[in-house]
Design a protein around this ligand. Structure first.
Ligand code: XMP
Length: 526
């Protein structure tokens, strides 16, 4: 296991992912975790991440007392990255100070001839481009440490003490701007630390199934709310493999789904995945409650509340049918949700979902006292897709763009029940998405959708003046939805889509494209 101690760098998740891409299991915990918490995980390697602090700042986060002794006693390799390297230098008796020149962005470093732990033969004697982002620098190294690489400006870029197994990189090998960063990590972990690259999704799956079989007793039942998204579908499929039809899924049509979505996802659940799923058509109930509501937050709250009521009824009916209460609830929680919900102290990071009240179907009533099964809790999104693929979830399903829990309610601005806004939006969205698929662009786009504006504009259609609706097309690229760029379609594509929309959707006479990135905008309009 490679354990990452997080000191708040924006790249910490990336280190974890990069190492997993080398087929090595890596986990990330707070940089101020106790020695017990670290020792319990029995890491072979500990990586100290970067962070926004100076090691001299009051309250600068650090590893617990006794960590150095623990590492040496147990033969643990320690690699500090950026702030992590400065921690090593300072804690082992060197000097860290504000650098003469601050180094941000791409830099050249030189790796001189020699036998180094941090670099393999291909890198030695050469130059490489790396990504730096630091103000402090190591002015004096602790005893026994050697400078392995320097920036062309002359500052220390990499250090090591091979006999004590301490290593440091002043730059970020995990970002793609560091052109040989992956090779450096691979060489260090596999060749120097002797970590084996044997972490496979198939093994993770089998281990999870074993764990679930172990915790759910043969007479116990499990429930799961399927949203139609990748995470809940993969989680349910996995649990189904472990306990069969003692899993009971529910899919709720809240009247806010896309064109033919209910039919499409139900067909995947039933025909492809053979999941035991009950489909509840609650569209009237949801739309009744949303009538006249314009405030986006209020809409979200109403949808969340209604969902809980329906789920509660489902559990109740199940209890009557089975003669006993289900005891577990499956949720498709992912690793980033787990890390983000407990940011390292002092990192200045807050839970990333405070901009809008988010909203997964997962937010189920605590008073139901269900125990949680979260089989994807240690995985990133791309890993969940890999697991889904092993579980035979159709590739087209795994690649679906994200869709918000409150559905089209956040894409019809204002009152969703006014006129036939939802129906118009469904048709426009379908034309847009199908055109994207036909053009072979779907997989290059993170998310694409249409938005319905509660305004009308004047147009002329078939010699008649019209006063019809305005819709907006939005397509973005993104790594994780936290930031986004708008997607650049070619002219002809846009001309064709707009023509198709205006010719086929009654009630629309104007189509706009949203070319705002996030920030300053968000992905959704509400
Ligand atoms: P925003 O609009 O916050 O969207 O920039 C970032 C990502 O989150 C999705 N999103 C939601 N997902 N419930 C969800 O489950 C929501 O209420 C919600 N709001 C936004 C959005 O589609 C994008 O992928």
């Amino acid at each position: 296991l490679v354990l990452i101690l997080d000191y708040g760098s924006q790249y910490t998740h990336l280190i974890t992912r990069r190492i997993r891409q080398l087929s090595v299991l890596s986990l990330c915990i707070s940089g101020t975790s106790t020695l017990d918490a670290i020792a319990k995980l029995k890491p072979r390697v500990v990586i100290l991440s970067g962070g926004p602090h100076s090691v001299h700042a009051a309250g600068a986060p650090s590893f617990p007392d006794g960590f150095i002794e623990y590492a040496e006693e147990h033969g643990v390799f320690v690699l500090g990255i950026c702030y992590g390297m400065q921690l090593i230098v300072q804690k082992l008796g060197g000097v860290v100070a504000v650098g003469e020149k601050q180094e941000y962005g791409k830099m050249e470093i030189a790796v001189p001839e020699g036998e180094w732990g941090l670099y393999g033969p291909e890198a030695i004697g050469g130059h490489q481009t790396v990504w730096m982002s630091h103000g402090d620098e190591a002015l004096k190294l602790p005893e026994g440490f050697t400078v392995v690489a320097r920036s062309l400006q002359g500052s220390v870029a990499a250090i090591e003490n091979r006999s004590r197994r301490f290593y440091g990189l002043q730059y970020h090998p995990e970002v793609t701007h560091s052109t040989q960063g992956m090779e450096t990590l691979q060489h260090f972990l596999l060749d120097v630390c002797g970590v084996t690259a044997d972490w496979k999704m198939q093994d993770v799956l089998e281990e999870e199934i074993k764990v679930i079989k172990g915790i759910v007793a043969p007479d116990e039942h499990v429930i799961c709310a399927l949203s139609g998204g990748v995470d809940s579908t993969v989680a349910a499929t996995l649990v189904h493999k472990a306990i069969g039809d003692r899993l009971h899924c529910v899919f709720v049509d809240n009247g806010l789904l896309r064109y033919k979505e209910r039919e499409r996802v139900m067909s995947t659940f039933q025909s492809d995945l053979h999941l035991p799923v009950t489909c509840i058509d609650a569209s009237e109930q949801f739309l009744r409650k949303l009538k006249g509501v314009k405030d986006p937050e209020m809409k979200r709250k109403i949808i969340g509340r209604e969902f809980i009521c329906i789920f509660d009824d489902f559990a109740q009916e199940l209890e009557e049918k089975l003669g006993k209460r289900p005891t577990f609830l499956v949720q498709g929680t992912l690793y980033p949700d787990v890390i983000e919900s407990c940011p390292p102290p002092g990192s200045g990071m807050t839970h990333s979902h405070t901009i809008k009240s988010h909203h997964n179907v997962g937010g189920l009533p605590k008073e139901m006292k269900l125990k949680l099964i979260e089989p994807l809790k240690l995985l990133f999104k791309d890993e969940v897709r890999k697991m889904g693929s092993i579980l035979n979830v159709p590739e087209s399903f795994l690649k679906r763009h994200p869709f918000p829990g409150p559905g089209l309610a956040v894409r019809v601005l204002g009152d969703v029940t006014e006129g036939n806004a939802l129906e118009i939006l469904r048709q426009v969205d379908e034309i847009f998405i199908q055109s994207i698929k036909e053009a072979g662009l779907y997989d290059s786009i993170w998310q694409a959708f249409a938005v319905f504006l509660p305004v009308q504009s004047v147009g002329v259609q078939g010699d008649q003046r019209t006063h019809s609706h305005v819709v907006v097309l939005r397509a973005i690229t993104s790594e994780d939805g936290m930031t986004a760029d708008w997607y650049y379609f070619d002219h002809k594509f846009l001309v064709d889509v707009v023509r198709k929309i205006c010719n086929n959707v009654r009630g629309v006479n104007r189509v706009c494209q949203d070319i705002t990135s996030k920030p300053p905008a968000t992905v959704e309009w509400e």
